[in-house]
Design a binder for this molecule. Structure first.
Ligand SMILES: [Zn+2]
Length: 250
């Protein structure tokens, strides 16, 4: 799906309620003002901000409560929504002591806050993979851009696809993922305790590099090879990275 189409879907999906207070950053309603944004924010943030969808409708912003049919908040619908949330542990993960230790290690890790937040989103399964976009009501083709018959979900992006398996194996972590039903988030929470601080930083950087490469392919049509993805993720000279194995690549 082209980025323009995605923006269109996001506009439909999110509707109004987004732009209040943003007007200094807007050319006019629905259009970002890139010059000001580039001046005010660092490069990484500029890219993210300009990707945020804006709607062009002339309607005024209003607030609404999606859990109620008439969009108005009531204690009853608030209560029912909390009960629903509690019943779905996958949507909001509960923290236990192991989780807490893991997050402390992640927050202390020598990587950028952006990389830390990405890992957090991956573990919560809230990255905008195509299956998650579809769950949010955004219509797009559900398939991985590299594997036309496989649904792009978090597991496929970070653990199950051949491309990503080569990245993990070719990385200094030398990880081999087998085809099990284990969720990638479960794998992270189960294994992170065994990682040294250096390896943990490497893992977090590679998660970041994988996500950048996936997005470059979807939005810019740029197919970044395995070795280049590892190199960019770790920001190290290419000749220090072991080439990935040639077997089982489709
Ligand atoms: Zn794939």
């Amino acid at each position: 799906m082209a980025f323009g189409e995605l923006t269109g879907f996001l506009n439909k999906g999110f509707g109004s309620g987004f732009e209040s207070g943003l007007w200094p950053l807007l050319e006019r309603k629905g259009i970002w003002r890139p010059g000001i944004i580039k001046y005010q924010f660092n490069n990484n943030d500029v890219e993210d901000i300009l990707k945020l969808p804006l709607h062009n409708l002339e309607e005024e912003d209003t607030s609404c409560w999606k859990a109620a049919k008439d969009d108005n908040y009531s204690v009853k619908t608030g209560y029912h929504n909390i009960i629903k949330w509690e019943a779905k542990p996958n949507i909001v993960r509960r923290s236990n002591n192991n989780d807490r230790t893991m997050w402390e290690k992640i927050w202390r890790s020598k990587v950028t806050p952006r990389q830390q937040i990405l890992v957090w989103k991956v573990v919560q399964n809230i990255i905008p993979s195509k299956d998650n976009l579809i769950k949010r009501g955004i219509s797009c083709d559900p398939f991985c851009p590299r594997c036309p018959t496989v649904m792009e979900d978090t597991n496929h992006c970070f653990k199950n696809s051949d491309w990503v398996k080569h990245i993990w194996y070719g990385s200094p972590l030398n990880l081999k993922f087998s085809n099990t039903n284990e969720e990638y988030s479960e794998w992270i929470t189960g294994n992170l305790g065994n990682f040294s601080p250096n390896n943990l930083a490497t893992l977090i950087k590679i998660v970041g590099g994988i996500w950048i490469s996936i997005n470059k392919l979807i939005f810019e049509g740029q197919n970044i090879p395995v070795i280049e993805t590892i190199k960019q993720a770790l920001n190290t000279p290419i000749n220090s990275i072991k080439p990935p194995p040639k077997t089982s690549r489709k």
